[in-house]
Design a protein around this ligand. Structure first.
Ligand code: KG4
Ligand code: ZN
Length: 342
């Protein structure tokens, strides 16, 4: 089945074609340069840029897949969570195409999409597995029992891990998006030169606001003066504090629930130190680790098309009056149980 996926929940306009679980194309138009001057995503700019990009991104995805739009048998589109104005652009494009081509359309949960990116790997996870979804908006640990069956085991009480990266980079004036810059700089630093706190050690939940405050205090104490090598040490220590808790709590969840497979996904899963530490921890604890390649960790439409294909094959589809949803927690309403969401 040829499925076109469309994603526009934040600052990436993306389209992809999947057929029988195989990725045929994956096109992403990033808006990074449009938002970098503001140090974060400006929702109004994001919606306008999505409108400018969406048609050509879809056309490129079709061309890369080497098929005509008429061959598409179903459309999967991110319905939420995300920025409403951004979501509406992808949703409108998806509905227009579904109507014009007379094919089904299905609305997909973005978080569930991130998890299902692991199903595009050659070796796929089997249920049940533990999933850490770690992005700019979420830091959640789930026990995934089956398609659309999630138990939320832990979540952040304040900032998401990606937000903690982005805010630190902004504070240190390192550029945007923060996660990528810090990842690169931290490679040159020592993670032990500066000590940062690890919060809520005995809880399955996360908190990153104290970490951010300790960085702010450090910056203020020094009047913002750091040599380049001190700065590299600072970001390495800061990154290590985030990575430590992400790895610790996820591994602990797997051991506590006696689940041997672990999926790590979402934008922060592109972090090289996180990938390295998870690989070591999995070896140590005899866990099987599934981390999608970087391009499938940050926002993309391949994950939406992959999940959409599974849903469409199971007879799921939505009516053309489905609306975007800004908040859509996974454990209470998965992609196929969204009847309560309007
Ligand atoms: O999943 P994603 O692309 O968008 C959301 O759904 O939020 O995640 C974006 C987040 C941003 O906070 C960004 O700084 C972070 O992922 N990120 C990284 C890296 N690449 C992206 N964080 C740490 N290291 C990276 N290499
Ligand atoms: Zn995302």
């Amino acid at each position: 089945m040829f499925v076109l996926g469309i994603e526009s929940s934040c600052d990436e306009t993306a389209a992809a074609v999947v057929s029988d679980g195989k990725l045929l194309s994956n096109v992403i138009a990033s808006q990074i340069k449009d938002h970098s001057a503001y140090g974060g995503v400006v929702p109004e700019i994001a919606s306008r840029k999505h409108i400018e990009a969406v048609s050509s991104v879809i056309a490129r995805a079709m061309a890369e897949a080497g098929i005509d739009l008429k061959a598409i048998e179903g459309i999967a589109v991110t319905r939420g969570p995300g920025l409403i104005g951004s979501l509406l652009v992808g949703l409108s494009a998806a509905k227009a195409l579904a109507y014009g081509l007379n094919i089904p359309v299905v609305g997909v949960n973005h978080l569930e999409g991130h998890i299902m990116a692991s199903f595009l790997l050659d070796k796929k996870p089997g249920f049940p597995f533990i999933a850490l979804v770690v992005s700019g908006g979420h830091t959640n640990i789930y026990l995934v029992q089956n398609y659309h069956e999630f138990q939320l085991l832990g979540q952040t009480r304040d900032d998401a891990a990606g937000e903690a990266f982005d805010k630190a980079a902004k504070l240190l004036d390192l550029g945007y998006p923060g996660g990528v810059v810090i990842d690169r700089m931290a490679k040159k630093g020592s993670p032990r030169a500066f000590e940062f706190p690890r919060a809520m050690k005995d809880s399955p939940d996360f908190s990153f606001s104290g970490l951010k405050t300790s960085l702010l205090t450090m910056v203020k104490k020094r009047g913002g003066h750091f040599t380049q090598s001190q700065l590299e040490d600072v970001v390495a220590g800061y990154q290590e504090a985030i990575v430590d808790v992400l790895v610790d709590k996820t591994v602990r969840a797997a051991l506590e629930h006696q689940v041997a497979q672990v999926v790590v996904c979402g934008g922060v899963a592109a972090n090289s130190r996180l990938r390295e530490r998870f690989t070591l921890a999995a070896e140590d604890k005899n866990l099987e680790l599934f981390i999608p390649p970087m391009i499938l960790c940050t926002d993309n439409a391949a994950m939406i098309a992959a999940l959409g294909e599974i849903m469409l094959k199971n007879g799921r589809s939505d009516s053309l009056d489905m609306n975007a949803v800004s908040r859509w927690p996974l454990a209470t309403s998965s992609s196929c149980t969204l009847r309560g969401v309007s």
